[in-house]
Design a protein around this ligand. Structure first.
Ligand code: ADP
Ligand code: MG
Length: 254
């Protein structure tokens, strides 16, 4: 039986004042899949996330969620509510609130800092937060102010905040940027552990990290707004065109 698609993207084009940021893009994500997108700077990776999340609208083409829910007809807020969560490169946590409070504020349900902090937290809420704390390994720092966390820990907290909203699809843009090798490795373990329960797309540059999370999985290489190559990590890595794109340009301007 064929696994169901959670995202279907067909013939998508996006121009910015005549500049073709995305050209004839076709992309399919299976339910529960963890997909890594690589590609040099300016390839259109973040623009692709903008298109999926409704931040940018495509000029042409189809973007569908699950069983034919048309994302191009929805705004950013609606797409997020539907179950598409995005993590940007720079963490945006509430620095003056504790780790615990940050997660509490992000829980699915009524929003708003004021109402959430003064709403009675139920046992179910606390259990959910405890589970998230364990997953992101910040249990021992639950009462730290988020502003006191190391860069990598802030990133994990933000992933936890994203998960608190129970998204079906997680879009993660360059999570390893600025992390130590150990933090990067832990992040990889975390993302791998989320696959299956969630569908994930991870944009990444760091090839050690890509190898860790993508080995044995499908990888998409974006180049000048189009798919240069897509296939198992091992094949993609050996592809001469991919090597050319990376060795020729991608690494220098990082
Ligand atoms: P990547 O994330 O792969 O590095 P981006 O998707 O950020 O690449 O950018 C792809 C190209 O599209 C770049 O040349 C960028 O300048 C351009 N671009 C992205 N967003 C906009 C925008 N809102 N307006 C104009 N140009 C944009
Ligand atoms: Mg980018």
């Amino acid at each position: 039986m064929k696994p169901e698609l959670i995202l279907t993207v067909e013939d998508v084009n996006k121009n910015f004042d005549g500049f073709k940021a995305i050209t004839n893009l076709n992309f399919y994500l299976e339910q529960g899949e963890l997909r890594v997108i690589i590609g040099p700077n300016g390839a259109g990776k973040s623009t692709f996330f903008d298109l999926l999340t409704g931040r940018t609208k495509p000029d042409t083409g189809k973007i569908e969620f699950g069983r034919r829910i048309d994302l191009t007809a929805m705004n950013e807020y609606e797409i997020n509510r539907l179950g598409v969560g995005r993590k940007f490169q720079t963490p945006s946590v509430y620095v003056d609130h504790t780790v615990y409070e940050n997660l509490l504020l992000s829980l699915k349900g009524p929003r708003g800092v004021f109402s959430t902090l003064f709403r009675r937290t139920t046992a179910a809420h606390r259990q959910r937060i405890d589970a998230l704390l364990e997953l992101i390994r910040l249990g021992p720092k639950r009462d730290w102010r988020a502003g006191q966390l190391a860069h990598g820990e802030k990133q994990w907290l933000e992933i936890g905040m994203l998960l608190a909203q129970e998204p079906q699809v997680l879009l993660v843009d360059e999570p390893a940027a600025g992390m130590t090798d150990e933090e990067t490795h832990r992040t990889g373990e975390l993302l791998i552990s989320l696959a299956g329960q969630h569908s994930l797309i991870v944009i990444e540059h760091d090839m050690t990290f890509v190898k860790q999370i993508a080995e044995g999985r499908k990888v998409t290489v974006l180049h000048q707004g189009s798919i240069l190559c897509e296939g198992r990590f091992e094949e993609v890595q050996a592809n001469p065109e991919v090597r050319e794109v990376y060795l020729g340009r991608g690494h220098k301007d990082r």
